[in-house]
Each structure stands twice: as structure tokens, then as C-alpha cells.
Write a protein that binds this ligand. Structure first.
Ligand code: SIN
Length: 487
């Protein structure tokens, strides 16, 4: 039982958080939250909809009037306090996450720290929102640029990182002086509500950070995207949904930031340090049981080292221990839903029907029907669905290439462009390939590329805008030009 494991039971909330109040559906409607490791209900949460979303937007607009003029130093202190509270409650937040999302507890602990790092970073950046004084065309005028918050932000976040995907949107929004209405994934609302509870405890004023929980994503999304009070939509999730949100947001010309699907290649050249490449590919593929947007979706290995890579990589994959994430023995947890498992099965079957061979895994695991075995597939070709579609599961398809040119062409042969990785010791190749890869982020001899200090985001149909780093704040700011005449 989750309740019995928590130090601070008040972090476990079951209602939406709007204008500083915990809000239930007025007819008592709730939805179930499952622990995918055991397939059991762990909570019933208020099922809110469009009406409550409107209420949250109005609260956010009212709060915006005061929040936007609060001195940056004061906003920064409140964010800093929120950061401290998240770190103090790391263990409880990690437990909540593992129970609702399934990832192993060590990864949940890591995500809480990772998520908190965005709050810390943007607490600092809040004090560094500078304007400009520009040169002039005539002597009697002065031209200035100031930066102002865009206004009320609508944020929609996914289940795969129930904490960090929230903080990396909410923290920059609040730092910039915006207020926010968040709709977290209905699979993982508890982490979002715990974060709201801590933000409230930190003293962030009512209405600044609102959370609407519910299963009617269409209705909540429609209110967020059509309401003219909302000035920006930020979304992490699938490309299909991202396009829809952009379309809906266009009617009121909202700013949008989209962090969408990926199809990350890992290019491993014959001159690579193979030990490092194997470990890097392992991390890039199997983090969160393969359920991240920057997970290695395709491992491309030069033909001369293909066999050695396959046998050594497969040996490492055989060491994973599948199980309930709360057990310290488990090194990989379940997938989020049965539907997710069925999607992985279908992609593996498609590859096998076209000649792929299984080196290890390949089926639903006997731990329960939410678990899929860590899998390595060889003899892949580019007509297989796994070459084009994001698998979002623990399946590593290994492709073969002969030349650098072929590797780059294969890597770029996708509508996605989020993250790519390469392993090589050749410095000329690092530049050539680094520049040729059509991706927003490229890891070179490194696959653990994420942090609060880097601009996370993609090109092509992987989205627009950047999260984290100094660039991450710009997406929440408008540039205003002030022209002073008659000097
Ligand atoms: C994602 O899957 O989009 C997030 C991964 C990360 O922040 O490292």
C-alpha cells in the first residue's frame, strides 16, 4: 500500500488544485489510477473537465495581474523554496511515481532530483531576464526592448516523466511571471498533485499554479486551446496530439512549444570505443523501460563490428531484472498500460515477419501482462515499422550500415528529429556527422544528454521550442519595443 510507505501522507492528493483550493467534481465523479506493476488501483482521483478548466484559467488570469509585477527576486525565492521542499520530500515523491508509473525506484529518485533541477535553475534565471537598449536612427529618440511574461499558460504533460516534464514547464513559466494551468496525464496525476501541494507549501500564491486532473483530455485540451485568455500552450507528448493542439491554438494565435515524438538513432562506427558504445546504447535504450522520447529507437552499427556488438550488447541486456519498481532488485519495470504492451508486440511481430531475428526477449514477460522482456532484434531493414515508428518499449532493433554516408542517410530518414547519438573517435567525423544529423540534440560518445542546463527540444515533426537552459525562458516571454521620442 502506497499510503503505508509515505512519510508525509498529505502529499497524496486526490482532487484538482485550482486557485489554491483542492477541487472535486461536483457529482463526485472520479477515475482510477493504476499501479502497472501489479495492475491494481492505487487511488481514485477527481475527474474534472472543461468547466473546471475554465475556472482554473480565470483564476490563473486573476493571479497573473499580481504575479507578473512581483519583483523577480521575490518570485525567485518562492521557486527556490519549492525546490528545497521537492528535494526534502524526494523519497515520498519517488514512491508516488513508482507506484503510478512503474519505473524502478532508483530511476524515480533520479527523476525527482532531475525535475527539481529545473525549479532550481529557473529560480536563478528569474533574476536574469534582461532587456536591451538599442542604437538609433535619429538623435532625438531612444529605443528599448523589455521582456514581459506571455500571460496564462496551458500545459499538458505526459505519463513517462510524471515529475520532470511538469517542472520544466511550470518553473520557467513562473520564473518569467506567467501563471499556469496544468493538465497532467490521467495515468500519473498523483505526482502532479504532490508537486502542487509542495508549491502551495512554498508560498506560491493561489491561482499561480493550477492543476486540472481528468480523463476527458479532449474537453480539457479544447478549453485550454480555444480560450483567448490562454496565451501559450506547451505540450509534451505524441506528434499526432501536438499537431491537433497547434491547429486548435491557431484560432487564437497562441504561442506554442511542442516536445513531440522521436525516432532516435545511435550510430556506432568501427572506430568507436565499443565498451562505451555498448553501455551508452544500453542507457539510451532501456531507461524507463524504453519509454522516453529520446530513447534509442534504432541502433545503427557498422558492418565490421556488427557481430561483436550484437553478442556483447545482448549479454548486457540479459542482466536486466524485470519486476515491481519498488523492489530494490528490479532494474526494469512494467510498461504503462496493456495497450502499450500490445503496441510493442505488434512492432516486434512486424519485424519478425520481415526477417528480423530475436537475440534475446521478444515476448510478453511472465511477471504479468504489463511487462515486456528486454529485447534485442538483429537483421533489421528499413522497411520494417520499427525503422519508422517510436517503439516506446524495451526493444532494441540493431541495423547494419557500411559507410558513414549510408549511416547519416539512414539516421535522417524519418520525419522526426529529437535526439541522435553517435560513437566514434574520429574528430573530423564528429563534426561532419554532428552537422549532418537533422536533430535538435546530438550526443557524441554520450547518451545521458539531459539536464536543466541544456536546450531540450527537436526539429522537424519532433516539435518546436526548447526547454531548460537560458533558451527555455524565452518561450514564456514576449519582446516589447519601447520607442522614446522627443529626447
Ligand atoms: C522525454 O522523454 O521527453 C524526456 C526525456 C528527458 O528529459 O531526458
Amino acid at each position: 500500500m502506497l499510503e503505508q510507505k509515505l512519510n508525509d501522507l498529505s502529499l497524496l492528493k486526490h482532487a484538482g488544485f485550482i486557485n489554491g483550493q483542492w477541487i472535486n467534481d461536483k457529482n463526485g465523479k472520479t477515475f482510477e489510477v493504476f499501479n502497472p506493476a501489479v495492475g491494481e488501483v492505487i487511488a481514485n482521483v477527481a475527474d474534472l473537465g472543461a468547466k473546471e478548466t475554465l475556472h482554473a484559467i480565470e483564476a490563473a488570469q486573476a493571479a497573473f495581474e499580481k504575479w507578473k509585477v512581483m519583483p523577480a527576486k521575490q518570485r525567485s525565492s518562492l521557486l527556490r523554496r519549492w525546490f528545497d521542499l521537492v528535494i526534502e520530500n524526494q523519497e515520498d515523491l519517488a514512491l508516488i511515481m513508482t507506484f503510478e508509473q512503474g519505473k524502478v525506484i532508483s530511476e524515480s529518485r533520479g527523476e525527482v532530483v532531475y525535475g527539481a533541477s529545473y525549479i532550481e535553475w529557473f529560480a536563478e534565471e528569474a533574476k536574469r531576464i534582461y532587456g536591451d537598449v538599442l542604437p538609433n536612427t535619429t538623435a532625438d529618440r531612444r529605443s528599448l526592448v523589455i521582456k514581459q511574461p506571455v500571460g496564462v499558460v496551458g500545459a499538458i504533460t505526459p505519463w513517462n516523466f510524471p515529475n520532470a516534464m511538469i517542472t520544466r514547464k511550470v518553473a520557467p513559466a513562473l520564473a518569467a511571471g506567467c501563471t499556469i494551468v496544468l493538465k497532467p496525464a490521467s495515468e500519473t496525476p498523483l505526482s502532479a498533485l504532490a508537486l502542487a501541494q509542495l508549491a502551495d507549501r512554498a508560498g506560491i500564491p493561489a491561482g499561480v499554479f493550477n492543476v486540472v486532473v481528468g480523463t476527458d483530455a479532449k474537453a480539457i485540451g479544447a478549453e485550454l486551446t480555444s480560450n483567448p485568455t490562454v496565451k501559450k500552450i506547451t505540450f509534451t507528448g505524441s506528434t499526432v496530439v501536438g499537431k491537433l493542439l497547434m491547429e486548435q491554438s491557431a484560432k487564437t494565435v497562441k504561442k506554442t512549444s511542442m516536445e513531440l515524438g522521436g525516432n532516435a538513432p545511435v550510430l556506432i562506427f568501427e572506430d568507436a570505443d565499443l565498451d562505451k558504445a555498448i553501455e551508452g546504447a544500453l542507457v539510451a535504450k532501456f531507461r524507463n523501460a524504453g519509454q522516453t522520447c529520446i530513447c534509442a529507437n534504432r541502433i545503427l552499427v557498422q558492418d565490421s563490428i556488427y557481430e561483436e556488438f550484437i553478442s556483447r550488447f545482448t549479454a548486457r541486456v540479459s542482466e536486466f531484472v524485470l519486476g515491481d519498481g519498488v523492489s530494490s532488485e528490479s532494474t526494469m519495470g512494467p510498461l504503462i498500460t496493456r495497450k502499450a504492451v500490445a503496441g510493442v508486440v505488434s512492432l516486434v511481430n512486424d519485424a519478425m515477419s520481415q526477417g528480423a531475428k530475436i537475440c534475446i526477449g521478444g515476448s510478453v514477460a511472465d511477471n504479468g501482462d504489463y511487462f515486456f522482456q528486454p529485447t534485442v532484434l538483429r537483421d533489421m531493414n528499413t522497411s520494417m515499422r520499427l525503422a519508422k515508428e517510436e517503439v516506446f518499449g524495451p526493444v532494441a532493433p540493431v541495423f547494419k550500415f557500411s559507410t558513414e554516408k549510408e549511416a547519416v542517410a539512414m539516421a535522417n530518414d524519418t520525419e522526426f528529429g529529437l535526439a541522435a547519438y553517435m560513437y566514434t573517435k574520429d574528430h573530423s567525423r564528429i563534426w561532419r556527422v554532428g552537422e549532418a544529423l537533422e536533430y535538435g540534440m546530438v550526443g557524441i560518445n554520450e547518451t545521458a544528454i539531459s539536464s536543466e542546463m541544456i536546450p531540450f527540444g527537436g526539429v522537424k515533426e519532433s516539435g518546436q521550442g526548447r526547454e531548460g537552459s537560458k533558451y527555455g525562458l524565452e518561450d514564456y516571454l514576449e519582446i516589447k519595443y519601447l520607442c522614446l521620442g522627443d529626447i
